[in-house]
Write a protein of this length. Structure first.
Length: 364
């Protein structure tokens, strides 16, 4: 699953990418510094994994990961191919969620593509370009579907009605995720259309060091502007955290974070938020060879969770032995959990819960 970092040129996307992935994407003070998308696989911070490692003392520990993509900056006219528009839009279409970076700090030494700082204007610039691209996609699809609908094709008539609703919403300046559909309409027609503004979004307000904890007026304006969207707003002093990341000593990094009022890097919160944005949750396997965090969709069944390890586990699924994370920590070992009668045996219809410690029995 991929989360794409988007925004206007020079708002801090590549610096944020470097901060998240410890990669070294090119980051400079001029537009279109990023042309080809940078991709990083980022570990999901999880104190539960550290606790299981402490209890089990395994040979190795493997965390869950999220793929982060740093995409070229977008400008007005991108939907018509301006700047790197076509490339940008193709790259973002391949992601599953959007991390939208908004510049919420003043600094005369860092050029803004529109020569002034206004995160609401910047947000609207990107929203409009993405909506225009989706509108183009919907109109092309509608032209084909209308012909079939005129022949009396019931399925085409249903799809036409949904496409017309999409068209009206996009023309009114709504993103697809803000338009209401029935479950059937969404599953059968909206989701398969792979529209860009249907993707879930997290707004990242890039602030200066002094606003890292409580934000500023720019952040307050962003929160007000998106209050009716199903979206989270996260405040992050991207440049400051990037500087802290350059320090080799862990204790020194923690000291600097505490100096600006943080008990953990904002980037860690962002990674966890991206994980949730992608509708992901974690279950664990714990043994002497390996303690590992596995990623599954929220609502996944036990066989689907088993299939993440190997497809044969799902095909030949018999049952799952499940221990709740809190029970594992309370009793300290798998053997003591069993003695206390806290290990459950679950079948094919079990819905995996975040933090489950699982062992699968299967036969192929």
């Amino acid at each position: 699953m991929k989360a794409g970092i988007v925004g206007l040129p020079n708002v801090g996307k590549s610096t944020l990418f470097n901060c998240l992935s410890n990669a070294k994407a090119q980051s400079a003070n001029f537009p279109f510094c990023t042309i080809e998308p940078n991709i990083g696989v980022v570990n999901v911070p999880d104190t539960r994994l550290e606790k299981l490692e402490e209890l089990v003392n395994p040979e190795r520990v493997i965390p869950a990961t999220v793929e982060i993509v740093d995409i070229a900056g977008l400008v007005k006219g991108a939907s018509k191919g301006e700047g790197l528009g076509n490339q940008f839009l193709a790259n973002i279409r391949e992601t599953d969620a959007i991390l939208h970076v908004l510049r919420c700090f003043d600094n005369d030494n860092i050029i803004h593509v529109d020569e002034s700082v206004d995160p609401i204007r910047d947000k609207e610039t990107i929203d409009i370009e993405l909506q225009l691209k989706d509108l183009d996609t919907v109109e092309k699809k509608l032209d084909k579907v209308k012909r079939a609908a005129k022949t009396g094709n019931k399925e085409a008539q249903k799809e036409e009605a949904v496409l017309l609703k999409l068209k009206a919403g996009l023309e009114a300046g709504q993103s697809v995720r803000a338009i209401s559909f029935s479950d059937e309409e969404y599953i059968d027609y909206v989701k398969p259309a792979q529209l860009i503004t249907e993707k879930p979004v997290l707004y990242v307000c890039n602030v200066d060091e002094g606003a890292a904890v409580s934000g500023n007026d720019y952040v307050n304006r962003v929160k007000e502007a998106v209050k009716n969207e199903d979206a989270e707003v996260l405040v992050l002093a991207v440049g400051t955290e990037a500087d802290i990341n350059e320090l080799d000593d862990y204790e020194e990094r923690q000291m600097f974070l505490q100096d600006i009022g943080l008990n953990e890097p904002g980037s860690a919160k962002l990674i966890r938020s991206a994980y949730k944005l992608l509708n992901q949750q974690t279950y664990f396997t714990a043994g002497v060879k390996e303690v590992r965090a596995w990623t599954v969709n929220i609502g996944a069944s036990a066989p689907q969770a088993a299939g993440v390890i190997h497809t044969d586990f799902e095909k030949g699924f018999i049952r799952a032995e499940v221990i709740g994370y809190n029970d594992y920590v309370s009793f300290g070992t798998e053997a003591k959990v069993k003695e206390a009668g806290k290990m459950r045996v679950e079948g094919k219809n079990y819905t995996v819960k975040d933090g489950d410690v699982m062992h699968f029995l299967f036969n192929v």
